[in-house]
Design a protein around this ligand. Sequence first.
Ligand code: BEZ
Length: 251
Amino acid sequence: MTNQIWNPREYMKNADFVAKLGEPVIELLEPKAGERILDLGCGTGILTKRLADMGCSVVGVDSSPEMAAAARELGVEAFPADAQTLKMEEKFDAVISNAAIHWMSDHYSVARRVWNLLKPGGRFAAECGGEGCIRIIREGMKISLIKRGIDYKARNPWKYPELGVFSKILENQGFQVKFIARIDRPTPLPAGLRGWLEVFSASHTEGFSEAERENFYQEVEAYCRPTLYDEEKGWTADYVRLRFLAVKPAE
Ligand code: BEZ
């Protein structure tokens, strides 16, 4: 797995729908005013701010210093940290995470770190890409990279957990899984597939010239067009979500 290069400005322009679609995780968490909450993979801080506006005391962490800085610009507490290695003295009432866990390769470590960060009775509510997410887009990218003799796997930044596997990871850590579901969520892309690729295929096209990158975008679009493009609706990505609520039992 490789690392994504994040550009908060591009993200806000082409992909702010990611945070806007995070509402179901907030509903699952049922945050209460005054609770201390950690936002894991806070990105540009839109959900972090939403929780702060609900009266929660929130801190966001993101592996990208640029994204954590963008979140701070929204007026929320945020700092750069990798969720797979994160250690803090403080214990939280809840941990929330939206569209971040599939960027992390070691889901066992994520479950262990979250467990250690929660108070007894604390909740872990999250949504991430689930098994099969953006299958068609990934196929398009893979074919285009293979044509260039590039190892797709070495550039793939995502690991989409299977429901059964992730459920076991949580349970083996000691969590009680209150809810878990794999949800097909076809997702309109306001900036088209091209805008999406500009933000999210940075690791796939690392080292490409402008012309090579342009060619890559065109090839992926051509591959995906028959299934993901509609003359009236525009582009829709084949997103699949894994959504869950797990609780650390009270002592
Ligand atoms: C997702 O939220 O599933 C996702 C976001 C960016 C790139 C790929 C997938």
